[in-house]
Write a protein of this length. Structure first.
Length: 99
């Protein structure tokens, strides 16, 4: 798990858009959010998080194919400690497999 999070960053997620949208409500907890297409705004008091995502070509390793969803995170109105607290929960809910 990271020790800090910038105000804006990108991440490749190993999932489909449908999986991402299924996991997102639990990952953001009680925060209100709204979605419009491939964008979402999450109210993280006292600020917010804008999310934008796009499917990428799958990663291929031998016979394995893994979906890739590139997600852009952009926080506003949150200090480093607030971003960390939100992302700590978010990352725990988005973890998959044997980590």
């Amino acid at each position: 798990m990271q020790s800090s999070y910038d105000e804006a960053f990108e991440r490749d997620m190993g999932c489909t858009e449908a999986e991402w949208l299924g996991w997102l409500p639990a990952a953001i907890g009680a925060c209100a959010w709204r979605r419009e297409g491939h964008h979402a705004v999450v109210e993280v008091p006292p600020g917010r998080l804008a999310l934008r995502w796009a499917a990428q070509p799958p990663r291929v390793i031998a016979l394995m194919r893994m979906p890739v969803l590139r997600v852009h995170f952009a926080f506003s109105g949150l200090d480093a400690a607030q971003r960390y607290a939100f992302m700590r929960r978010f990352d725990l809910y988005m973890q998959r497999g044997g980590g």
